[in-house]
Design a protein around this ligand. Structure first.
Ligand code: G3H
Ligand code: 13P
Ligand code: ZN
Length: 324
């Protein structure tokens, strides 16, 4: 099975009330952890690559590793560009064999977002085979590549804009802002309440009213959620117990993501949770085996932690297990 685009995957996900996990990858161990987990869960999967990942690993290495994963697992896998900043990077990825791209002009004025998105869509859809395009309306707080949006400067998607945007761009899926954000510190402590028993932060709920209004206006259309790591406490605790210092890290509760996946959300982006799992595995390994110096030993533990995490996400959050 060659790399696939998102079209059929999202149609099935929409009808089936589940979402596809879009996991960021930066190196071989992460690619293997994600795709081996997906294989064991009989789940379709999206591997996504940011501009930062391309800079770190070089596009050709990422492409070849993803191709190896396709050959190794036989799974339907999408190779997706995450947060493409302009037409040129999208074109480069399309020409280089990506099966899906995101053009992210969400921080630009509405008309400019439409204009650039439409240009990418025209190029991607004319490509053989057809490349699918994701765009975004509304902005998330947090850091993505070099762009940092401060808490308070983010803006929710305005549902009254979505029909015009989709119609005029011809885009295949739309990322919306309903309160998720990038990174492991998604909410400021003052936005949260504190659990009196544990002292842990409880974040404000996602804006399901916006999601429902968008879905009402775009029936059958696949919606994407970025910034959807849950910052699982068990990994934060392992990190902090082994020399780390992550204070007041907080993510999106998994039950809310599961609920979104039952509705129109067909793609859920997860990166920070993989980073936490990898870090937990490596930190624990170093502390328990101070005599080790073979990277296969400690990075191997990181890989095992990421694999377990992805299996958990597929089964308990996305609901994409046994959907092949
Ligand atoms: O949305 C952001 C992703 O987590 C990618 O992060 O730009 O550091 O690779 P990165
Ligand atoms: P997280 O930082 O919540 O993992 O979000 C990842 C993401 O949206 C990648 O595009
Ligand atoms: Zn994102």
């Amino acid at each position: 099975m060659p790399l696939v685009n998102t079209k059929e995957m999202f149609e099935k996900a929409y009808k089936g009330g589940y979402a596809i996990g879009a996991f960021n990858c930066n190196n071989m161990e992460i690619v293997q952890a994600i795709t081996e987990a997906a294989k064991e869960c009989n789940s379709p999967v999206i591997l996504q690559v940011s501009a930062g990942a391309r800079k770190y690993a070089k596009p050709i290495y990422l492409k070849k590793m993803v191709e190896a994963a396709v050959e190794d697992t036989g799974l339907p896998i999408v190779l997706h560009l995450d947060h493409g900043a302009d037409f040129e990077i999208c074109k480069d990825c399309i020409d280089g064999g990506f099966t899906s791209v995101m053009i992210d002009c969400s921080s630009k004025p509405f008309e400019e977002n439409i204009e650039i998105t439409r240009k990418v869509v025209e190029y991607a859809h004319a490509h053989v085979p057809y490349v699918t395009v994701e765009a975004e309306l509304g902005t998330l707080a947090g850091i993505e590549d070099d762009v940092k949006v401060e808490h308070g400067a983010e803006s929710y998607t305005r549902p009254e804009q979505v029909e015009e945007f989709v119609k005029r761009t011809g885009v295949d899926s739309l990322a919306i802002a309903i309160g998720t954000s990038h990174g492991a510190y998604k909410f400021k402590p003052e936005q949260c309440t504190r659990d009196p028993k544990t002292g842990k932060l409880l974040p404000p709920p996602l804006r399901f009213d916006i999601l429902e209004e968008v879905s009402r206006r775009l029936p059958g259309f696949p919606i994407v959620l970025h910034g959807s790591s849950s910052v699982n406490q068990e990994y934060v605790d392992i990190i902090n117990a082994h020399g780390g210092k992550l204070v007041d890290a907080v993510g999106v509760p998994e039950e809310q993501l599961r609920q979104a996946a039952r509705l129109s959300v067909c793609k859920i982006n997860i990166d920070s949770d993989l980073r936490l799992a990898m870090t937990a595995g490596i930190r624990q390994h170093f502390e328990e085996h101070p005599e080790h110096f073979d990277p296969r030993q400690y990075v191997g533990d990181g890989r095992a932690y990421v694999k377990e995490l992805v299996k958990h996400k597929i089964k308990e959050v996305l609901g994409s297990n046994d959907r092949l």
